[in-house]
Write a protein that binds this ligand. Sequence first.
Ligand SMILES: Nc1nc2c(ncn2[C@@H]2O[C@H](COP(=O)(O)OP(=O)(O)OP(=O)(O)O)[C@@H](O)[C@H]2O)c(=O)[nH]1
Ligand SMILES: [Mg+2]
Ligand SMILES: [Zn+2]
Length: 360
Amino acid sequence: MPHYNAYDSFKTKKSIEKKQRAKEKAFGKKNDEVDDFITNKCDNYGIIIEVRYDDAYVLLDDEVILAKLRKDINLVCNQVIFPGDKVVVLGENGNYTITNLIKRTSLLSRTKKDRTRKDDLGLTKSFAANVDLAVIVVAAKEPPLHPKFIDRYLMILQNSNIPAIICLNKCDLKTLEEDEILSIYRDLNIPVVETSTYNNIGIDELKTYLLNKQAIFVGNSGVGKSSLTNAIMGDDEIKTSHVGEKSKRGRHTTTTSKYYVWNDNSSIIDTPGIRSLDISSFSPIEIQDYFPELDNWREKCKYNDCLHFHEPYDSCIVKQGVASGLINRDRFESYLRIMSDVLDEKNYDDVLDEIFPKKK
Ligand SMILES: Nc1nc2c(ncn2[C@@H]2O[C@H](COP(=O)(O)OP(=O)(O)OP(=O)(O)O)[C@@H](O)[C@H]2O)c(=O)[nH]1
Ligand SMILES: [Mg+2]
Ligand SMILES: [Zn+2]
């Protein structure tokens, strides 16, 4: 049993609130003091490559420099700026300061949940800014392909107005089973590229999607995001999570997001495998907007605010559609999982049992 200490929790909550207030101070529109940190436009800017605790690597005029955050911001660097951010930098000879942040077009975040706490305080952590295209990387096998990861990413990305494509890596291990799963997404008009970094399959096709974009690779640990980044960069500079036969130094799993330029105007942000995405801002009723295949069904449910969750089977046409096989079961299962997270209820299995009663 994890130890639960109410005082600790109170302290954490206070410190989170304090950080949140500081953040609002840094970014909130109403605050005049530091409002000038975010600027609308500047022609001479650097791009954040990697952020550490209290400084960041910045790509400035073809050179990589290390810079600190302006003192009056009063927050650590990795709470304020993220790879892909455009910043104004002042200084020279190894002494550089990030004075301004150019207004972002997008910001991707995940929730870092502390599961040992009963109150389950969700801390939001961002990992990339100004993304034009997201590549949801999945593997045919190792780890196994499951729609639930793809669906969550699609939701977050669509909500942030970031176009997404799916890259099925390790296609050298693909079987019919994976083809069936991928067809769900092809039917939804989401581009799917199949790659193998081992056999150099699909890399050129993937590049056509990435050209002239600031792209991000997202997906679970071990699917091959860093291997793909290597394949596109054309070198072996990035460590991948392969356990070397001789060295046995362990997995080189990526721990922080990092920005790579592979062509004049094209870049990739390689990210660590992320499990929990921040879906706390979604309301239960809007979840189904991200499952367009439910569109023609949901309006026929008895209640017009039907969540297809607690409502009785007889009143819910969506549940009946899943039972008859006309709505894909895997996708509906992902919908239920997301719904149970948003509602903070863990009983989505009961809903599946209701649709597919177990034979006695
Ligand atoms: N069979 C096969 N294995 C691959 C392929 N591409 C990468 N791998 C292997 O998959 C493992 C994980 O690759 P990484 O590139 O480190 O995966 P990652 O997504 O960056 O993982 P994290 O950094 O932990 O998020 C390594 O052992 C690679 O050699 C492929 O096309 N086919
Ligand atoms: Mg990696
Ligand atoms: Zn319904």
